[in-house]
Design a protein around this ligand. Structure first.
Ligand code: NAP
Ligand code: MG
Length: 406
């Protein structure tokens, strides 16, 4: 069989620990035998980020912007313990945060569903995709631990220093805490555009909820800007595609999602998205079974698994033990990037390969060979074994060969 040609490259961002090991296996065993893989390679492993003073991360982000498509392996976000473990010069920023900021992107997360692992929420027939606004709010908040009686004020001055607003936050009689958050119209508008663009591309409704009844300035701004973007830029296309935009209060939307059949893009403010993406993952099956794609408003796509580097498996593997790590989300990331490359370049064979790659992984699991994280979650009657990584990838490769030859 001829290998599928791939004239234009995708940006490949390699990473750390167990996912780095899987990364190499997936490329060597599942992709390169069938595709003339064309990537611009960036080594985002922690030692190389340290060596290059994180320049490699910025170069990789530029490459995604230039090539329009990237695929990323999980990477370590260093803390003090990692600094000691790797002898780092400093605590480098999370690569995901760097790439997200460079692309001004929104992260979409959707669970991978298996018929043999029933979602906790039994009415879900299709995955619920979470779109998390990745800028501002709690994550860029200014905080102060108030030591005792004190007055906290919120003061806003214009660029010349003239006071625009001064409000008392609270007159403290004793110790307490205070916090100030912000967001920007341009970021909220980009977020809305990413959500509507992505939803059109996957033909799903958009649901959005904030607490505008309580937060009459802050959350209200999110509600109004979303509505404005929808009405002015997307309504016609949504109606033509038979899709809907649904706004509600966040608590009402949360309850309605739980009682739905799934299959929508649920747009969430930053903190809501942080919480809901883990909740949806756990409710759908298992945390490792979550895909993630970062979409920029100008149409760049970066695919990755939502999980981390699976450190404990890596330490066990390094000691020579056999481990059974779930490769599906990383395989789906590669499939997403190859499919998008094929779509942008008009190469249907790449899209077909991506479909087969995903199918091969799912089929092996559906046949009862589960990685160990799923062994406890499936019906024992459906369970055959938990093969180690080499065996699991070999099973998937055999199945992939069958699917491609069919
Ligand atoms: P994690 O790597 O996702 O692992 C958490 C636990 O989830 C594991 O201990 C394992 O549970 C299970 N798990 C996750 N992925 C799995 C897979 N593919 N197969 C089987 N089990 C899987 O998260 P973490 O332990 O919090 O973080 C580890 C490192 O990853 C950290 O250095 C963190 O900075 C980094 N991280 C990176 C990203 C990213 O690059 N996007 C995201 C999150 C975390 P059991 O122990 O029960 O087997
Ligand atoms: Mg979280």
């Amino acid at each position: 069989m001829d290998k599928i040609r791939m004239p234009n490259a995708i940006a490949e961002l390699d990473g750390d620990e167990m996912t780095h090991v899987l990364w190499g296996m997936i490329k060597k065993e599942l992709i390169e035998p069938f595709v003339e893989l064309n990537t611009e390679y960036y080594d985002l492993s922690l030692p190389n980020r340290d060596r290059t003073e994180d320049a490699v991360t910025r170069q990789a982000a530029d490459a995604i912007k230039r090539l329009k498509v990237g695929v990323k392996c999980a990477t370590i976000t260093p803390n003090f313990q990692r600094q000691e473990e790797y002898g780092l010069r400093q605590l480098w920023k999370s690569p995901n945060a760097t790439v997200r900021a460079a692309l001004d992107g929104t992260v979409f997360r959707a669970p991978i569903l298996l018929s043999r692992v029933k979602p906790v929420v039994t009415c879900w027939e299709k995955p619920v995709t979470i779109a998390r606004h990745a800028y501002g709010d709690l994550y860029k908040a200014v905080e102060y631990r108030v030591p005792g009686a004190a007055k906290a004020e919120l003061v806003v001055t214009d660029e010349n220093g003239a006071e625009l607003s001064r409000q008392t936050v609270y007159d403290f009689k004793g110790p307490g805490v205070v916090q100030a958050m912000h967001n920007r119209d341009d970021s909220i508008l980009s977020f809305a555009r990413c959500c509507f663009t992505y939803a059109l591309s996957v033909k799903q409704d958009v649901w959005f909820g904030v607490k505008d009844t309580i937060s009459k300035g802050y959350d209200q701004t999110f509600k109004l800007l979303f509505q404005q973007v929808y009405d002015e830029e997307y309504k016609t296309a949504f109606e033509a595609a038979g899709l809907h935009y649904r706004y509600g209060l966040i608590d009402d939307i949360a309850a309605k999602v739980i009682r739905s059949r799934g299959g929508m893009v649920w747009a969430c403010k930053n903190y809501d998205g942080d919480v809901m993406s883990d909740l949806i993952a756990a409710a759908s099956g298992s945390l490792p079974m979550m895909t993630s794609v970062l979409v920029s408003p100008d149409g760049c796509f970066e695919y990755e698994a939502a999980h981390g580097t699976v450190t404990d498996h890596f330490y066990r593997w390094r000691r020579g033990e056999k481990v059974s790590t779930n490769p599906l989300a990383t395989m789906f990331a590669w499939a997403g990037a190859l499919r998008k490359r094929g779509e942008l370049d008009g190469i249907p064979a790449l899209g077909h390969f991506a479909d087969c790659l995903e199918r091969a992984g799912l089929d092996v699991f559906e046949e009862g060979h589960f990685s160990e994280d799923l062994a406890m979650l499936c019906d024992p009657a459906d369970y055959t074994d938990s093969p180690d990584n080499d065996t699991l990838i070999a099973l998937i490769r055999a199945r992939l060969g069958q699917l491609l030859n069919a």
